[in-house]
Design a protein. Structure first.
Length: 191
């Protein structure tokens, strides 16, 4: 098993990329199942991850397979955070598919197990994904978030993202409405 993953209750999360995840059978075997646990728990608790109801295990397995295919084609990045050998977070970006948007990518999801919030896992994931985007030659990395997700928005701003738009009351969750906030990180300006 990856040495950073076996160090017990480490203070720093081990952030693995797809090559590291798939080269070691132990984390690879349970990744989709563990990702489902995190995503379903977060969505069940009201997290803004694109689902109203927790996704099914098959839905998450299909999503993971799609992202891994994109990464292998050079069109994305997937990162997984482990603490003490346990998956505690994941995130990915995908390159835009339209020919006129190919130099750009969208940070699609960053999900961190609620049990480890505040321990730097989200920051480490986003920082690794930003580094991957730079290395891949992405010019602009975009994302959108629900306006009430103040912790995530603060994290993105601290890593250089800036707001470029907002749709008031755009996200409907039952009777509640939230702003949809758009952020970007322009590598053309920030090297």
């Amino acid at each position: 098993m990856h040495s950073a993953m076996t160090s017990g209750a480490t203070a720093e999360p081990a952030i693995l990329d797809v090559a590291e995840l798939t080269s070691d059978p132990e984390p690879a075997a349970g990744f989709a199942e563990s990702a489902h646990r995190i995503l379903a728990d977060l969505v069940g608790g009201g997290a803004a991850l694109g689902w109203v109801e927790p996704p099914s295990p098959d839905e998450v397995a299909d999503l993971v397979a799609q992202v891994v295919r994109a990464v292998r084609a050079g069109d994305g990045s997937l990162r997984a955070a482990y603490l003490g050998g346990r998956l505690v977070g994941l995130g990915y970006w995908l390159r835009y598919t339209r020919p006129t948007h190919r130099p750009h990518a969208d940070l699609e999801k960053v999900a961190v197990d609620a049990a480890v919030h505040g321990r730097g896992v989200g920051r480490a994931l986003v920082a690794a994904l930003v580094a991957d985007a730079r290395e891949a030659g992405i010019e602009v990395l975009t994302l959108d978030a629900r306006g009430d997700n103040t912790h995530a928005l603060r994290l993105y701003r601290s890593l250089g993202f800036r707001e470029y738009g907002r749709l008031p009351d755009f996200v409907a969750v039952g009777e509640r409405r939230y702003d949809k906030v758009f952020y970007l990180l322009d590598f053309r300006r920030h090297g």
